[in-house]
Every structure is written in C-alpha cells, then in structure tokens.
Write a protein that binds this ligand. Structure first.
Ligand SMILES: Nc1ncnc2c1ncn2[C@@H]1O[C@H](COP(=O)(O)OP(=O)(O)OP(=O)(O)O)[C@@H](O)[C@H]1O
Ligand SMILES: Nc1nc2c(c(=O)[nH]1)N=C(CO)CN2
Ligand SMILES: [Mg+2]
Length: 220
C-alpha cells in the first residue's frame, strides 16, 4: 500500500490508542540514524518476496499449524513466531519486528532479513537494530529514504501488508484474533485491542483485492 493511503487508516489507529505523532517522528528518525545506508532497497525486498509467501503469526496454536508450510516456502514471520520456526529448523526469509520480543534468540537467526519497526513506544529498543546484519527500517508515519512504510500496524499484519505491496499471493497461518498469546509484561486488554485492529486491517486488504489464503479458517 502507498503510504499516503495507509495514513487514512493510521490516523484512526492513532486516535484510538492516543499515540503522539512527535514520539513516532522521534522513533523513526532515531532508527534512520542507526541504520544509515546499511539497508536493503525496496527492490531487494521485492525480489526476496517473489510471487507467493507464507505469513506466520504468533498465535497460541502456531505450533500445530507449522505443518501447513511447504518445504522451501518463502516465509515472512511476525517477531517471536520466527524463534519458534527457527527452533524447528525452519528459516524465515523475512522477520517483521518491533524488537519487543526475545531479542537474544532473534539475533541468532542470522539468515533472515529483519524489517525493524520504529514506533513511539519502542525507542529504547532501537539500538538493538545494530545486531541484525540484513535489515531495513519501517515506520507507521511518513517514510524516509531508509525507513519504509508499506502499511500495517502490528507485526503480524505488517507482514501481510509487506507481501501485498509486492502483489504476492499470501498464505496466512498462526493468526487467532480471539485468543491473545501475550509476552511477559504486556497488557491483555491492549493486546486484544491490537489484535482487533490486525483483523480489521487484514480484512481491509483482502477486500481491496489482496490475494489472501487463510490456511486455518478458524482464525479468520
Ligand atoms: N493470538 C495471537 N496472539 C498474539 N499475536 C498474534 C496472534 N494472532 C496473530 N498474532 C500476530 O503475531 C504478531 C506477534 O508479534 P508480537 O507478539 O511481537 O506483537 P506486537 O505486534 O509487537 O504487539 P505487542 O505490542 O502487543 O507485543 C502480532 O503482531 C499479531 O499480529
Ligand atoms: N506508538 C506505538 N505504536 C505501535 C505500538 C505501540 O505499542 N505503540 N505497537 C505496535 C504493535 O506492533 C505497533 N505500533
Ligand atoms: Mg513485536
């Protein structure tokens, strides 16, 4: 999605969560300085994605759905879903992360490209970006030369927006909008609210013509 179209959706999210635009700008600019010119180009990312991808979210039932991923699939994983895959010997092609997960385990996944997201509430985590050898930046506001905006809000729906930007056919698994899997220190009510947005955004993309295949129909 073009970032100007995304901004209409983002302004609703921003109002809903009372995010402050100044913090978003500070975060995006901080990430941009950390990344410098050590980022993949948008063309490189498109080549990695190709025509068909498997987007993998971090639902509680993820472990039971992994068998749905064929061998040699191109995989875009949402944050700690990548750790679960990697522990099983499955290498994600791209990982979308706001760096709020199991950083030590993520850093060990050397073969993946990391799409590192800057937002108003993860500024102290952004220096970890240095530890990922293959990466690019993302923002939810106006993009910069090295910090892109393909649309999307949570790590999971940002994976889907990324693939849809390149018009790929998108298989979705490891998503469950009703049963949050929450990491230590996170607030359940806020997580549920984020998952409601993730559901809305993915359905919005689907209704706009994105080629989406729900591998676990219960999750839809
Ligand atoms: N049931 C689920 N529980 C948790 N995440 C899910 C679920 N189903 C799908 N997902 C996707 O997996 C992603 C996992 O990423 P992560 O746990 O880092 O969350 P996040 O986007 O950083 O939000 P938060 O600030 O709540 O941690 C989520 O962004 C979400 O889109
Ligand atoms: N400002 C702000 N932006 C976000 C936040 C958050 O907690 N705060 N969480 C997200 C989930 O990946 C995505 N974007
Ligand atoms: Mg995250």
């Amino acid at each position: 999605m073009k970032w100007k179209n995304w901004m209409k959706l983002y302004e609703e999210i921003e109002r809903d969560f009372k995010f402050r635009r100044e913090k978003e700008i500070e975060s995006r600019n901080t990430l941009s300085k950390i990344l410098g010119d050590k980022v993949l180009s948008i063309g490189d990312i498109g080549n990695l994605i190709g025509e068909e991808v498997y987007v993998v979210g971090f639902s509680p039932s993820l472990e039971n759905e992994i068998e749905l991923i064929p061998d040699r699939a191109t995989i875009i994983a949402a944050d700690d879903a990548a750790v679960i895959l990697n522990d099983l010997g499955i290498k994600p092609t791209i990982v979308m992360s706001d760096l709020d997960g199991d950083i030590d385990s993520l850093i060990r996944i050397k073969s993946s490209v990391f799409g590192i997201h800057a937002h108003g509430d993860n500024i102290p985590l952004l220096p970890y970006a240095e530890f990922f050898p293959k990466k690019f930046g993302t923002t939810q506001i106006e993009p910069l030369e090295n910090v892109y905006n393909f649309g999307g809000f949570t790590d999971g729906d940002r994976c889907v927006f990324l693939a849809a930007h390149f018009d790929a056919k998108i298989h979705i698994l490891g998503f469950d909008f009703e049963n949050p899997r929450i990491k230590e220190g996170k607030d359940m009510i806020r997580k549920r609210k984020k998952l409601r947005w993730a559901k809305y955004l993915i359905h919005y993309l689907e209704q706009s013509g994105a080629k989406i295949i729900w591998e676990n129909l219960n999750s839809k």
